[in-house]
Design a protein. Structure first.
Length: 77
């Protein structure tokens, strides 16, 4: 893998457990990663303070990765 991004869905949860909003954020993946290889980085996910009133909390529930291989992006005859 030579390029990619990771997308986080961070949910703002009210005091009664109601999911009020999901804030999406993206970051680049640590590349290159060889076939069969792995990487274990950590990401900090930030949410504006005004989105999380006192007594509320955030949970990052959704994580997706999109990747590509530069070789697969080139034109082939």
């Amino acid at each position: 893998m030579t390029a990619g991004t990771v997308t986080f869905g961070t949910h703002v949860i009210g005091p009664l457990g109601v999911d009020w909003v999901t804030v999406r954020s993206t970051a680049p993946l640590p590349v290159p990663i060889a076939a069969g290889g792995q990487a274990e980085p950590a990401w900090t996910v930030c949410v504006d303070a005004w989105r999380v009133p006192l007594g509320w909390h955030v949970e990052t529930r959704d994580v997706t990765a999109d990747w590509s291989d530069a070789a697969s992006l080139t034109e082939r005859p």
